[in-house]
Design a protein around this ligand. Structure first.
Ligand code: CA
Length: 664
């Protein structure tokens, strides 16, 4: 029933234009349609360069718009000079091979106008007569992302997978429906955020490839499609969000329209502008250590894609000279970041607006980059050590962006800690300098809290952005500033040493030294000095689950019955308290769960006194570690030299750092 209804609706909208004989449309309606359609065709023809080779018949039919539209469709179906990552010639080979079960489900839902906007929320019926402004949840991301039409990708894949015309027919209907209902007139802003326009510009060129050869792709669809592409490109020329991932999506959409449709009179100007922006932004947005400036791994990964896609498209169309060699070099550096900062199970830290993700999520990317850059270390990670060559180092410093990783090895069960102490990365970055994530034995023992939500729930978004819900130090619970400094980075065979500092408040500096002792456990020395006074808290948070607090020993540990756990213990000092705190963690957008959190609390009574914590963070597989640590001598807080004695399993050992040889 539904299908036949859809066909009827489709025919009602598309058949009355003279190209297919109208069956049910009344005469008046048909005339109206022909007129409006003619003007759309004329508009499109005025936007094309009809002197492009192959468009001769279109040009000679210019006084007969319907004829011209038919000729234009023939031109595009025959055109083979423009290459695109979605290769129309491969369609027959994709039969039964290109859609997942999920794609088919999403595509089948889309046939019924059941769409997903922001993917954390359930799909929603947007009306037989689709309302593209549907907003079923308070979170604006839903309607914004509805207008990315990700489900169209699934429809495209389902079409090639099944060769069932119903997907093409419905896509053609929805495409025209969307263009009619969402003119760029200032009254449909939900559909025209610049990033959605950019995302559409990119994805629509691929959808064009998927559906162009479908019988349902009539000249009318072509006219609506190309006119909207022109509107998109003209709009994107006026939108340039410098310095953020937005600017890349805007440029990418512009580039893909320009390069897929060089027949537009303005295409060259669009392409030049897009390429200029990408070349400029890769210089502006990527630190010399390879990390994108917003300091969120998910956006970093996205940015790699946004930089590569246009390069690839240019390359396959013989235009890679548009990008200097340095462009690809910078991308390669960016691709090293997930290898350097990723956890051994193929997940990544969720600092800022990022998500730990699922095991192995970075491997397919690393595999394709291994091929692109001929990198055996990428291949090693991507194949879990089965192929390629193990990375030479186990510890990495990204000094400009302020990320540091230390690991015991590259096996899934190895220990890995990633610390963040970097500059302000903007909206997607949180004031969390000094914080870290700890992974060991396949378990995220101390994950970052994540970000939970972007829009529609400001209170909870703010909760996750607080400094005090991170594993770092606060004064009177206030959020800290971004004022990082690297004081020492000394990776070694048996021990890695890192000392960073953050001028967390105008009146208080936080120095954190981290020792990865024997590549087995971490000793952290936190010092706070400056004029500020009040409550100094050193915060920690554990994986969701039970935690065991020992108030006498000032220790807290996870309590997983099997596998790895972590013990956190700060050495006792006068008037220190162990305080339980509110803990939450979010691994999925809009979803959060409670988790153990606590702090060690000391009062800083006067300007002159400093505060120091010596803490051990020890992941362990079997019995609880029992090491004790003391500071040798009486170094002043903030001193350039510090030495500690560790007694562990009856063995005494000394560790130290010395900043005196370091240049500022
Ligand atoms: Ca965080």
């Amino acid at each position: 029933m539904k299908d036949s209804y859809m066909i009827l609706l489709f025919l009602c909208l598309f058949s009355g234009v003279g190209l297919i004989q109208p069956v049910f449309a009344g005469e008046d309606k048909q005339d109206q349609k022909v007129i409006s359609n003619s003007s759309e065709i004329s508009k499109l023809l005025s936007r094309l360069d009809l002197n492009v080779p192959g468009l001769e018949k279109v040009k000679s039919s210019i006084n007969d718009p319907l004829q011209a539209a038919g000729e234009l469709l023939k031109y595009y179906r025959a055109r083979d000079v423009v290459k695109h990552p979605v290769d129309r010639r491969s369609k027959p080979d994709m039969l039964g091979k290109c859609a997942s079960e999920k794609d088919i489900k999403v595509a089948d839902d889309a046939l019924k106008h059941i769409f997903t906007g922001q993917t954390a929320y359930p799909p929603y019926f947007c009306g037989d007569d689709i309302n593209w402004g549907t907003s079923p949840v308070p979170d604006n991301e839903w309607v914004w992302q509805l207008n990315r039409m990700d489900f169209w990708e699934s429809m495209g894949l389902a079409y090639w997978h099944t060769n069932d015309e119903k997907y093409a027919r419905e896509w053609c209907f929805q495409l025209v429906d969307w263009t009619k209902k969402n003119p760029l007139d200032g009254e449909h802003n939900y559909a025209w955020r610049s990033i959605e326009a950019g995302i559409r510009g990119y994805s629509w060129t691929g959808l064009f490839q998927r559906f162009l050869d479908a019988p349902s792709f009539t000249p009318d669809v072509l006219i609506a499609f190309l006119n909207s592409c022109h509107d998109h490109a003209a709009y994107l020329m006026t939108k340039y969000s410098k310095g953020s991932n937005w600017g890349l999506m805007e440029a990418e959409g512009l580039a893909f329209i320009a390069m897929t449709f060089p027949e537009f009179q303005d295409s060259k100007e669009w392409k030049d502008e897009a390429v200029k922006r990408l070349n400029k932004e890769i210089q502006n947005q990527v630190y010399s250590d390879g990390h994108q400036r917003e300091l969120s791994m998910d956006y970093h990964m996205g940015c790699i894609g946004w930089f590569i896609h246009t390069f690839d498209l240019a390359k396959m169309n013989g235009q890679k000279d548009a990008f200097p060699e340095s462009y690809l070099k910078i991308i390669e550096k960016m691709c090293e970041v997930p290898m350097k900062l990723g956890f051994p199970d193929g997940t990544t830290p969720q600092f800022g607006d990022s998500w730990t993700g699922t095991p192995g999520q970075i491997w397919s990317n690393l595999m394709s980059w291994a091929q692109l850059f001929n990198r055996e270390d990428f291949r090693y990670i991507a194949t879990e050590g089965k192929k390629g060559k193990k990375p030479e180092a186990t510890a990495f410093a990204l000094e400009k962006s302020g990320f540091y990783s230390m690991r015991s090895g590259w096996d899934k069960n190895d220990i890995c800690l990633v610390l963040k102490c970097g500059p302000d990365g903007g909206f997607h970055c949180q004031p969390d300098n000094g914080t870290f994530e700890l992974y060991a034995g396949g378990r995220h023992l101390m994950p970052d809290a994540g970000s939970y939500i972007y829009s529609g729930d400001p209170e909870n978004r703010a909760w996750f952005r607080q400094t005090k819900v991170h594993q770092t130090l606060t004064l009177n619970g206030a959020n800290t500033a971004y004022a990082p400094k690297l004081l020492l980075w000394k990776p070694g065979k048996d021990m890695d040493v890192l000392v960073v500092e953050n001028t967390s408040y105008l009146n208080l500096t936080h120095r954190r030294a981290m020792f990865f002792v024997d590549k087995k456990f971490f000793v952290i020395v936190d010092e706070a000095f400056g004029d500020g006074t009040g409550v100094v808290d050193l915060h920690f948070q554990l994986a969701p689950g039970k935690a065991v607090f020992d108030n006498e020993k000032f220790s807290v540990r996870t309590d997983f019955p099997d596998g790895w756990n972590v013990l956190v213990r700060s050495m006792n000092q006068k008037d220190m308290k162990l305080v339980e705190e509110e803990g939450q963690v979010s691994f999925v957008y809009t979803k959060k769960e409670p988790r153990p959190a606590f702090c060690y609390r000391v009062r800083k009574e006067t300007k002159e006194t400093g505060v120091r914590f010596v803490t051990v963070v020890a992941p362990y597989n079997e019995s609880q570690p029992k090491m004790t640590i003391r500071i040798i001598g009486k170094p002043i807080i903030g001193a350039s030299h510090l030495e500690l004695e560790i007694v562990n399993d009856g063995i005494t050992k000394r560790i130290r750092y010395d900043l005196s040889g370091q240049t500022e």
